[in-house]
Design a binder for this molecule. Sequence first.
Ligand code: GRF
Length: 201
Amino acid sequence: YRIAVFASGEGSNFQALAEAADAGKLGKAEIALLVCDKPSAPVVGRAGRLGIPAFLFQPKDYESREAYERVIVEQLEAHGVDLVVLAGYMRLLTPVIVEKFSRRLINIHPSLLPAFPGKDAIRQALAYGVKVSGVTVHFVDEGMDTGPIIAQAAIPIASGETPESFAQAVHAVERELYPEVVSWFAQGRVKLEGRQVTIGE
Ligand code: GRF
């Protein structure tokens, strides 16, 4: 079972997934490919150190989103990818990828969706003053953080919490939750009917 991770930045989730795979926690799944739209991002160095192949591209070298997504789809097919995992990939996808990987395309978002979609969810949640936020893993559709929800974890927001301290708490939860969800996919346990997701035995 082969996984591609799409990331644009730090790559702490990418690293957690790669380490979980190495530790046998993803069952028979392996991280087969990193796809990154920012060749200078720290995640690229992580892939190098982990010996994971990377497809790097710059959107400005293509005439449209669809044009580079067609090249990405070729890469995914060449690497025999079964599941696409977005982990801090800072671009909306078009139907070129969304339709090709329908039901096999997931994202992690640092809020309890549908609250605080889009960029800067952690700051948005603290600015709003909510007392609980968290992490959501969901299927990806063409909207911004709108696909069917697979798993959520709540995290209380303590008084005096800063965006920095809360981001640390979020990342710690993400490092546990995302590998667990990916392991469910590798075991064929995730069922989707309409918006309803169930995790089988
Ligand atoms: C994570 O907080 C994730 O929820 C969001 O982007 C961040 C990526 O962090 N979508 P990293 O690049 O995995 O460290």
